[in-house]
Design a protein around this ligand. Structure first.
Ligand SMILES: O=C(O)[C@H](O)[C@@H](O)[C@H](O)[C@H](O)COP(=O)(O)O
Length: 223
């Protein structure tokens, strides 16, 4: 695991946005299009606010959520909705959003077709994921039903997630798809998540799903 500490969240947002922009541009020197995967949650917003103005050929970039709450894009809890609002604006407005939510069917029914659509875009060129204080990442939660499948090397690329107590079902990229990204970044803020990250390094991925990614990731942390 490569760990980068920043003095504050502003420095981290600017530094990480620069790295992601450079990695996307490098990918476009090799291929016609590049795939950027980004998380939901509150952490990535300031990164998006900087990244959306980056000088990247955004019309050749596909942007996909790492996971999705099963809500229409207009819903407040939609990750695709947040990405469309905060990232796909300014220069990045010309990027193509690849939403995961499919109206009128369940995540179980949608997953195979979404995985087939995703396959030609893999491996991910740049993946940015977050982490919860419980050490979940994307929508892979500790000890969740189906955790072994989400962590398996041969798991389907996209998996439905149903967790008791969550307001809606979800869908998530499998751990191996995130791990196989050409560039994998984990972004976390605050002492609680820093302590959780240190704990995760010594835990099984079923207990700490972020642990499945750490060997292949650069972790960016700010207080
Ligand atoms: O759908 C989601 O919520 C995200 O994909 C999720 O994995 C997020 O990255 C973590 O829960 C951290 O969220 P915060 O950035 O809000 O702490």
């Amino acid at each position: 695991m490569n760990l980068i500490d920043y003095p504050d969240t502003e420095f981290m947002a600017m530094g990480l946005a620069d790295v992601i922009a450079a990695q996307l541009s490098a990918a476009l020197r090799q291929r016609d299009r590049a795939l950027l995967v980004v998380p939901g949650g509150t952490t990535p917003g300031p990164i998006f606010d900087t990244l959306c103005g980056a000088r990247v050929e955004w019309d050749r970039i596909d942007v996909m959520p790492s996971d999705e709450r099963w809500r229409p894009q207009a819903h407040l809890r939609s990750n695709a909705g947040q990405i469309a609002k905060r990232l796909l604006c300014e220069r990045a407005a010309t990027a193509a959003l690849m939403p995961l939510y499919v109206e009128g069917i369940s995540p179980e029914a949608a997953a195979p077709g979404l995985a087939a659509d995703l396959a030609p875009h893999l491996p991910i060129d740049v993946a940015l994921v977050g982490m919860g204080g419980d050490m979940h990442t994307a929508s892979i939660f500790p000890r969740m039903p189906g955790i072994e499948a989400a962590l398996a090397h041969d798991a389907p690329a996209l998996l439905p997630v149903r967790i008791e107590g969550e307001p809606e079902p979800r869908i998530t990229l499998a751990a191996h798809v995130l791990r196989s990204a050409m560039h994998l970044h984990v972004v976390i803020i605050g002492s609680e998540k820093r302590e959780a990250l240190e704990r995760a390094r010594n835990l099984d991925a079923a207990e700490a799903p972020i642990a499945a990614l750490l060997d292949d990731a650069t972790v960016h942390w700010a207080p």
